[in-house]
Design a protein around this ligand. Structure first.
Ligand code: HEM
Length: 424
């Protein structure tokens, strides 16, 4: 296929699968009583890159008391200390480090899922992806002293929260819902600390390792600080990647031509196909910032100043289909774009808080999907699409794949992983 050849599509294949009825693509920049909504890529990047004029306002960051921590958690801290924190952990997430240090473990973990699917003839991918991503993230972070299946259950418990709307008065929650949110957060947090984080810290104190926990101990983080960082990496690394694996698989199964190309391609090309899928289907739907000093933005049609104190909502689902930057077919899956815009749009954010786990997420997604798709699975039922309030993104469930039981997975040398427990 040439770089400009159009994708042949079955009806609906190549178009967005996660759709919301309340979304609107215009206006590109909208202001309403101290709340800005940005739907165009250029001004959105200007806000995300205005590192000294904004603070993190997403993921309920503004309600988290800063005094609780000796060192601020990476997700909610800002300024020079945050920049330093990011520089220090970047070495654990560099593409070459991922392949060299974790490549074998990731391959074995992916292969174990494929082996089980080939043996039983079935795989509920959203469940398998959850355990896979927790397994991978726990290696990188150093949460290696507990059972990953149990840790997955503890981490998902955090997301059972009452609805939240950051644009509404008191975030649209009643006092009762705030109390419920505190209980729903604290109970799994204690359990996560007792079973996963504390044993890992103890083991790292006995033996230093090259992972995030050892780094945090070296740089003087307290036990409480490490707990919150582990929670951030655990949830950020697990929930988002899990959803993306399911979504990417669904697209590839629905688009035979693209799947053929993906299966036959070398890894760099496969990763660019995955980037195009995540551009179209961003897992994190909205990013929020608080302006701490005025920010100049321009969408090419006019200039505007966002005043200090205002809340800014970057509507990632809209910025990623901005026709000015991605072309008139921005709403279609087309992995041969030549535009200068970032291939994944703002799906991994931009600027001071951009996702450090981007390369790891794409690498592990590819490691699992490439092996799985080479067994020729078929989609048994149409998966369900729900929505998560905290990351304001889609939730894919019941993605059931069927395999010919004789299907032999494409093994990579030395990649036989441990037999996995089956999940309900
Ligand atoms: C498909 C998978 C993933 C997606 C879509 C994703 C998306 C994002 C986004 C949008 C942000 C930025 C939030 C903001 O700007 O306000 C972010 C931050 C972050 N992500 Fe990811 N992420 C993924 C996987 C991972 C993985 C695998 C890890 C690590 C194991 C990770 C660790 C983090 C951390 C630590 C932050 C906070 C960075 C900071 O605030 O400085 N993410 N992620």
């Amino acid at each position: 296929m040439t770089a400009t050849a159009p994708m042949r599509r079955r009806s609906g294949a190549g178009l967005r699968k996660a759709r919301r009825t309340d979304e609107t693509a215009s206006p590109a920049v909208e202001a309403d009583r101290g709340m800005w909504r940005i739907r165009s890529l250029t001004p959105a990047r200007q806000v995300l890159r205005a590192r000294s004029s904004t603070t993190q306002a997403g993921f309920t960051a503004e309600k988290i008391p800063r005094g609780l921590f000796r060192a601020h958690p990476i997700l909610i801290s800002d300024g020079p200390a945050h920049d330093r924190q990011r520089r220090e952990v970047a070495r654990f997430f560099a593409p070459a480090v991922i392949a060299d240090r974790y490549g074998e473990h990731i391959a074995a973990s992916a292969q174990a899922i494929v082996d089980e699917a080939a043996a039983t003839g079935r795989c509920r991918l959203d469940e398998a992806a959850l355990h896979f991503t927790v397994d991978v993230t726990s290696q990188v972070v150093g949460l290696t002293e507990s059972d990953t299946d149990d840790m997955a259950a503890r981490l998902t418990a955090f997301f059972r929260q009452p609805p939240v709307d950051l644009a509404a008065e008191d975030w649209g929650r009643t006092r009762r819902q705030w109390a419920q949110a505190a209980v729903n957060g604290i109970v799994p947090l204690i359990s996560f600390f007792t079973h996963d984080v504390f044993p890992a810290i103890r083991a790292h104190r006995r033996r230093h390792r090259s992972d995030v926990i050892s780094h945090l101990l070296d740089s003087g983080h307290s036990t409480g600080d490490i707990l919150v960082e582990c929670l951030t990496y655990g949830t950020a690394g697990m929930v988002t990647t899990r959803e993306f694996i399911a979504m990417a698989c669904w697209h590839l199964l629905d688009n035979e031509e693209l799947q053929r190309e993906y299966r036959a391609a070398e890894q760099p090309r496969r990763l660019s196909i995955l980037e195009e899928i995540i551009r179209l289907e961003p897992v994190v739907g909205h990013l929020y910032r608080r302006a701490t000093s005025p920010i100049d933005i321009s969408d090419g049609r006019g200039d505007t100043i966002i005043p200090a104190g205002d809340l800014i909502d970057i509507c990632v689902r809209e910025t990623n289909i901005d026709t000015d930057r991605f072309g008139t077919d921005a709403e279609a899956l087309c992995p041969n774009r030549n535009e200068s815009a970032p291939a994944a749009g703002l799906s991994f954010s931009d600027g001071a808080h951009s996702c450090p786990g981007q390369s790891l997420a794409l690498y592990e997604t590819d490691a699992l999907l490439h092996r799985l798709l080479s067994c020729g699975p078929r989609l048994l039922t149409k998966p369900t699409v729900g929505w998560d309030d905290l990351i304001e993104g889609y939730r894919i469930r019941n993605l059931d794949l069927g395999f010919h039981v004789s299907a032999r997975p494409a093994r990579t040398p030395g990649s036989s992983g441990p037999a996995r427990r089956s999940h309900p």
